[in-house]
Design a binder for this molecule. Structure first.
Ligand code: NAP
Length: 302
């Protein structure tokens, strides 16, 4: 078993990382670093420098922080020679992620920019089926309730928090994984609440007949769907990539468990001395922010 430290004991660490590590044969949760969070039975630090100095035996660090503080922690971890796993999105900006990738390479350590939605049950099957086919049209509908999924998390509306692209980038991580040929953003409309720095909704047009509708104001049923038309018929992903429909019929899907799959992949990367840093989903977000026309909408408060 390899020792891993979790940094930022908040919503996603508690909901997903802690149980995935506990269930894994590869990993031993050896320490946590968080100003207020802890995991019972695990040595807890409140200061990252103190952790790095005290626990040189912990070779692997997994950052579960929001994107804004992430770069500073990531840089320190890599400079301390630790292998590093990043929650999505891997940084606030493309240049931050590229700098971390160069640093990891120079240090000879593993850097894994995770995209948990790529591990959803239907994604590998969708990619395999689409290979070699002609995509004629695709539409993403990613509509959820920010109050339900990010209760009180103001960082999502602060610069660097990405707004509705925080969930939307999950859809883009699937799109960039499964399309047989890459597409690029050609236009976007971004809706910014009058009192916030990041968008609450976005409509995006890509090359190749691909469109996306992201909205964080959806109450009631939540929608995380991707519909693709090809020269060989339709393919659809439902439930965030977890259900695969080919020609309208449910197709066999992979095993459950996005986060167990991420930790298994990290174990493999560390074993083989490799890095996995794909910025393609972030490129689409950056381009939508660059090209998007801005519309001011009603103020938003949690
Ligand atoms: P969160 O609960 O708001 O924050 C995680 C932890 O980070 C907090 O508990 C906090 O711990 C620490 N933190 C926050 N701001 C900090 C700062 N400025 N400096 C240092 N530490 C800080 O966020 P989350 O929902 O877990 O999301 C974290 C990341 O996971 C995001 O990138 C998000 O996109 C991704 N993610 C979230 C979900 C989800 O359902 N929420 C799902 C998948 C991925 P302390 O205050 O104790 O230090």
């Amino acid at each position: 078993m390899r020792k891993v430290a979790l940094v930022g004991i908040g919503k996603i660490a508690v909901d997903q990382h802690v149980p995935a590590i506990a269930a894994s044969p590869d990993w031993d949760l050896a320490a946590t670093v968080s100003r207020s969070g802890k995991v019972e039975g695990v040595e807890a630090f409140t200061d990252f420098d103190a952790f790095l100095a005290a626990r040189p035996d912990v070779e692997v660090i997994s950052l579960c922080l929001p994107p804004q503080p992430r770069y500073a922690y990531a840089e320190k971890a890599l400079r301390a020679g630790r292998h590093l796993m990043l929650e999505k999105p891997p940084g606030q900006t493309l240049a931050e992620v590229q700098a971390l990738d160069r640093l990891a390479q120079a240090q000879g350590v593993t850097l894994y920019a995770t995209w948990h939605s790529r591990m959803a049950r239907g994604v590998a099957g969708a990619r395999a089926w689409l290979e070699g086919k002609q995509v004629t049209r695709a539409h993403i509908t990613w509509r959820e309730d920010v109050r339900k999924w990010h209760p009180g998390q103001d960082w999502v509306f602060e610069p660097g928090g990405m707004g509705v692209f925080d969930p939307g980038i999950n859809a883009l991580s699937i799109l960039t994984e499964i399309l047989p040929a890459p597409v690029h953003v050609t236009a976007a409309t971004l809706e910014f609440p009058a009192n916030r720095a990041t968008p609450i909704a976005a409509r995006i047009t890509f090359s190749g007949g691909v469109t996306a509708d992201f909205d964080w104001r959806q109450e009631g049923p939540q929608t995380w769907d991707i519909d693709i038309e090809t020269d060989a018929g339709p393919l659809a992903l439902r439930h965030g990539g977890n259900t695969l429909l080919i020609g309208g019929k449910e197709a066999a899907a992979g095993p459950d468990g996005e986060y167990p799959a991420l930790y298994a992949r990290m174990a493999e990367l560390v074993r083989s001395g490799a890095r996995d840093v794909d910025i393609a989903p972030m490129v689409h977000v950056a381009d939508a922010m660059t090209l998007g026309s801005r519309v001011s909408v009603a103020p938003f408060d949690f």
